[in-house]
Design a protein around this ligand. Structure first.
Ligand SMILES: Cc1cc2nc3c(=O)[nH]c(=O)nc-3n(C[C@H](O)[C@H](O)[C@H](O)COP(=O)(O)O)c2cc1C
Length: 185
């Protein structure tokens, strides 16, 4: 029998605890900046990344509804913390704990988005993988991407509500630590 997390179990790599993967995008999610850690871990050159849509590193095992939540939240000009599995050029996946925020110019105009990512604590990942596998299976029932994202999103809300949490609370309940807290120590 396939375990719930089997979609995520193979060909994964990681990066160092003290590293931060940084990127910035315009309002449509086109990459405008990457740091050297992003370049190294993703395996793409800076030249290839700048100007590319951020889904260049999208992993097929990521549920669509997580990105719907990300974009819905950003369109409300709010920050979001999310667990994301990315796909490097060499075919390896790498899990990140991402903090994505709106960016403003000096006039206070929204100009794009900014993301910092750290390595998740390993104790957080089993529950993330379990939730995402369930959402992925639900989304696989719908050939249309938009319908899939909608169905996954509704299921995610339902599953989290049954645990009396929203996604944000879920994310911060997963580990005794969080990478963001540890970065300020
Ligand atoms: C600042 C920012 C950072 C993002 N970082 C990632 C990322 O690390 N991995 C990823 O797959 N999508 C990331 N996205 C979301 C992508 O833009 C896209 O919605 C996602 O890859 C899903 O692509 P798809 O709609 O083609 O399935 C980011 C978006 C923004 C605005």
């Amino acid at each position: 029998m396939r375990s719930p997390s089997s979609a995520f179990s193979s060909r994964e790599k990681s990066f160092a605890d003290n590293e931060i993967i940084v990127s910035k995008t315009d309002l449509r999610g086109i990459i405008t900046y990457v740091n050297d850690v992003f370049v190294r871990v993703s395996g793409y050159s800076e030249r290839r990344l700048i100007g590319a849509p951020h889904n260049i590193i999208r992993h097929p095992a990521m549920p669509r509804c997580v990105f719907k939540l990300l974009w819905d939240t950003l369109h409300e000009e709010k920050e979001i913390f999310a667990y994301v599995l990315n796909l490097a050029r060499d075919g390896y996946g790498y899990w990140v704990f991402a903090h994505v925020t709106p960016s403003y110019d000096l006039q206070g105009q929204l100009v794009g988005y900014h993301s910092n990512r750290r390595v998740p604590y390993p104790d957080a990942l089993p529950r993330v993988k379990e939730l995402y596998s369930t959402l992925l299976a639900e989304e696989a029932k719908y050939p249309n991407h938009r319908d899939a994202a909608e169905a996954g999103f509704n299921l995610m809300l339902e599953l989290l509500a049954s645990q009396k949490v929203d996604y944000d609370q879920f994310v911060f309940s997963l580990s005794r630590h969080t990478r963001l807290e540890s970065s300020t120590l």
